[in-house]
Design a protein around this ligand. Structure first.
Ligand SMILES: *[C@@H]1O[C@H](CO)[C@@H](O)[C@H](O)[C@H]1NC(C)=O
Length: 184
C-alpha cells in the first residue's frame, strides 16, 4: 500500500468520525508551529484574493465563543476539532481552485499529523463528558457545514474556493491568537 492510499484511508477515517474528547496537556509550541506553517502554506498554494470574487463573499460567522481563552480545556478540544474540519474541507474537489498541489498536500499533511498525535492522546487519556464541549462541537459543525454547503452550491468553483481559503486563514489566525493568550 503506498503512502497516497494510506492518506486516503486516514482521510476517510478522519472525515467520518468525530473527535469527542481530548484532554492532553498539549505541546503548545508544536501547535503554534503547525499553525504558522499552515498559514504560510495557505498563502503559498494560491495567489492573492481575486477581485472578481469579492461580490460573492459570504459571512459564515465563525463561532468565536468556542475559543474563549477562559475555558482552557474546551478551547484545546475546539482547536483540534477545527483542525479536523479544515482538513476535511481541503479534501473536497479542488480542481477548479487550480492551486499549487504540493502546497495543498503539505498543508493537509501538517494538519493530519497534528490530528493523528491527538488521536493517540485520546486513547491514553479518557475524559469525562463535558456539556460545554458538546455545545462547541455542534457550533463548529454548523459553521463548517455552512462552508461545505457554500462550496457545493457553487460547485467548487474558483471563487467559492478562494472565499473558503480566506475564511480558513481567518480561522487559523484566531487560533493563533488564542494559543498565544493561553500560554502567557
Ligand atoms: C472535480 O471537479 C471537476 C471540475 O468540476 C470535475 O471535472 C471532476 O470530475 C471532479 N472530480 C471528482 C472526483 O468529483
Amino acid at each position: 500500500m503506498n503512502a497516497f492510499s494510506l492518506l486516503q484511508i486516514g482521510l476517510i477515517l478522519l472525515c467520518t468520525t468525530t473527535i469527542s474528547s481530548l484532554q492532553c496537556n498539549h505541546l503548545p509550541l508544536q501547535q503554534r508551529q503547525v499553525i504558522k506553517n499552515s498559514l504560510q502554506l495557505l498563502d503559498k498554494m494560491g495567489r492573492k484574493f481575486p477581485q472578481q470574487c469579492l461580490r460573492e463573499k459570504m459571512s459564515f460567522r465563525f463561532p468565536e465563543q468556542v475559543l474563549k481563552p477562559g475555558q482552557k480545556e474546551s478551547v484545546k478540544v475546539a482547536i483540534e476539532e477545527i483542525f479536523q474540519h479544515i482538513f476535511c474541507i481541503f479534501s473536497k474537489n479542488l480542481t477548479l481552485a487550480a492551486w499549487d498541489g504540493t502546497a495543498v498536500k503539505q498543508f493537509q499533511n501538517g494538519l493530519y499529523q497534528q490530528i493523528e498525535q491527538l488521536e493517540a492522546c485520546i486513547i491514553k487519556k479518557q475524559t469525562h463528558f463535558l456539556q460545554r464541549k458538546e455545545v462547541n462541537r455542534l457550533k463548529l459543525k454548523k459553521y463548517f457545514q455552512k462552508i461545505d454547503c457554500f462550496l457545493k452550491d457553487k460547485q467548487h468553483n474558483l471563487c467559492s474556493w478562494e472565499i473558503s481559503r480566506a475564511e480558513m486563514r481567518r480561522c487559523l489566525q484566531l487560533i493563533e491568537q488564542v494559543i498565544r493568550k493561553l500560554n502567557n
